[in-house]
Design a protein around this ligand. Structure first.
Ligand SMILES: Cc1cc2nc3c(=O)[nH]c(=O)nc-3n(C[C@H](O)[C@H](O)[C@H](O)COP(=O)(O)OP(=O)(O)OC[C@H]3O[C@@H](n4cnc5c(N)ncnc54)[C@H](O)[C@@H]3O)c2cc1C
Length: 466
């Protein structure tokens, strides 16, 4: 029986396995390697709070590209939602924990189908630490030193913990008052209320962490420092479609022309009292194609000038979360600063001195906090990862990074990984956020569900051609 290994069992790994089970007409053995707590859910859908909600409406969160209402249907079949209006729920933002339950239910159903089809399912509660590619198979080494051989192997390792910002005293990061993983509940528990807390970063995880701190009884001020201190945006016009920009987008447009086009249309919609949101959303179906066509120089310009702006425009929060954040800012509980952090020093066991350059006030500033939580977003530079698995593969030349260090160089049609010398591995695949360098937008469910389907189809057709 052919053995397929999947390293990482979050949304991407689970849905690849589900698609393989659903589409195969031959017996297979599928092994998912993932630590138990995040199986099926990953970090995103195993949140520690019910207040951590999806940033996409229910209607758009189906796990299947060809069953667009699957999540909505699943929700409406639950007793706790059955009395609510379907259109209302379709347009609402539900807890991410509920989405995690949805993924678990998909997985449980897939296991039943697997039994019927003679597909063997193995789930290993461990991490992969190393990998070797042989002529006809892939050998994966687990943390407990066991080695497993697969005919085909898929890397779906997803979101990695954020990078530690460069400061004068890098040893600080060993402090028990520093939390590098903002998605773990420990980051908001047992906090000393006598001093403020600092959140590094100003995006969606910052919002989750603020709600997590308050929910767990934190009573002092919360600082957030990021290079730009942009205002986090809300979904103001979801459902409103703007089609004019699409009519003008052309193949081979330069980055300069695209930025000009976006500005032109933002100016138009603003004249009608509408924000930039529908314009940004209208470009979404084209972002992967646009990104692939940009030159390396244009990609570098995008990363240095527009990346943060794009992130803010794309990653918006539901209006009631936005209202809460605004109220906390008005009440001087949440203080969002634009600045560059220079150092953290632990001056007493629960007292950290934060030094930074405040961009608005154009001067060096400092304040004291009891805890620092890193919400700067998932790390994508493989050579800097804490998790040594991909770093080991990189060092051995089994895979290579793109020129911007955003992910793994991969054929985006077949999902086959390329080695250091640009040779394509016939039996090693990846998808999801590892394709950020190739596609830029390769993180949300809307992209990943399609990749999982295409990847499963490719692997199965590959097996048939063997
Ligand atoms: C906090 C947060 C909220 C989000 N909210 C939304 C949302 O509302 N809507 C949306 O569309 N998208 C959202 N996203 C984007 C999200 O990344 C995707 O929707 C999706 O969860 C990514 O799934 P994944 O399987 O690719 O990665 P992950 O969910 O990160 O899963 C990867 C899995 O691989 C495991 N793993 C990693 N390394 C190894 C190893 N060496 N060995 C074994 N296992 C390993 C990890 O433990 C994890 O379980 C959110 C992301 C985050 C971080």
């Amino acid at each position: 029986m052919l053995k397929i290994g999947i390293i990482g069992g979050g949304f991407s790994g689970t849905m690849t396995a589900v698609q393989l089970i659903s589409k195969t007409d031959i017996p297979l053995s599928i092994t998912i390697i993932n630590e138990k707590e995040t199986l099926n859910k990953g970090f995103a859908y195993s949140p520690y709070s019910k207040k951590h909600i999806l940033n996409v409406i229910t209607e758009k969160m189906s796990a299947f590209p060809d069953k667009p209402h699957d999540f909505l249907d699943w929700v409406m079949h639950r007793n706790d939602f059955s009395t609510l209006d379907r259109t209302f729920i379709a347009n609402s933002f539900l807890p991410r924990s509920l989405y995690g339950e949805y993924l678990v239910s998909i997985w449980e159903n897939a296991k039943i189908v697997a039994r019927e089809k003679g597909v063997d399912i193995v789930v290993i509660d461990d991490s992969a630490v190393d990998l070797d590619v042989n002529k006809n198979n892939v050998e994966v080494t687990l943390k407990n030193d066991i080695k497993i051989i697969f005919d085909h192997c898929v890397i779906t390792t997803g979101n990695q913990v954020p990078r530690n910002p460069t400061i004068a005293n890098m040893d600080f990061y060993n402090s028990k008052n520093y939390f590098q993983n903002p998605w773990s509940k420990e980051s908001v528990l047992n906090i000393d209320n006598s001093l403020p807390v600092l959140i590094i970063g100003n995006g969606l995880s910052m919002v989750d962490t603020v709600f997590g701190l308050l929910e767990n009884g934190f009573k002092n001020k919360i600082y957030s420092i990021s290079p730009n201190g942009f205002n986090i945006l809300t979904h103001r016009h979801h459902g409103l479609k703007y089609l004019k920009l699409e009519e003008e987008i052309q193949e081979n447009m330069s980055l300069y022309d695209i930025v000009k086009l976006i500005h032109k249309h933002i100016k138009i919609v603003r004249e009608y009292g509408v924000s930039a949101e529908p314009v940004i959303d209208s470009i979404r179906p084209y972002t992967q194609k646009i990104w692939k066509r940009l030159s390396d120089t244009e990609k570098k310009i995008f990363m240095s000038r527009y990346r943060h702006l794009w992130g803010v425009a794309r990653h918006r929060i539901p209006i009631h979360s936005h209202d809460k954040i605004q109220q906390l800012r008005i009440n001087d509980i949440l203080l969002i600063k634009s600045g560059i952090i220079s150092n953290f020093t632990e001056i007493k066991p629960n007292k950290i001195l934060v030094e930074y350059f405040d961009k608005k006030e154009k001067e060096k500033k400092e304040f004291e906090v009891s805890r620092i939580i890193n919400c700067t977003g998932p790390e994508s530079n493989l050579s800097l990862l804490e998790n040594s698995f991909l770093k080991n593969c990189l060092l051995k030349g089994i895979l290579k990074q793109d020129s911007l260090n955003l992910g793994i160089v991969t054929d985006t049609v077949t999902f086959q990984v390329l080695d250091r010398y640009n040779n394509r591995h016939m039996n090693l695949f990846t998808m999801g956020s590892n394709l950020k360098g190739e596609l830029w937008e390769s993180t949300a469910v809307s992209e990943l569900r399609l990749q999982a389907q295409k990847l499963a189809q490719f692997i199965l057709s590959n097996i048939k051609n063997l």
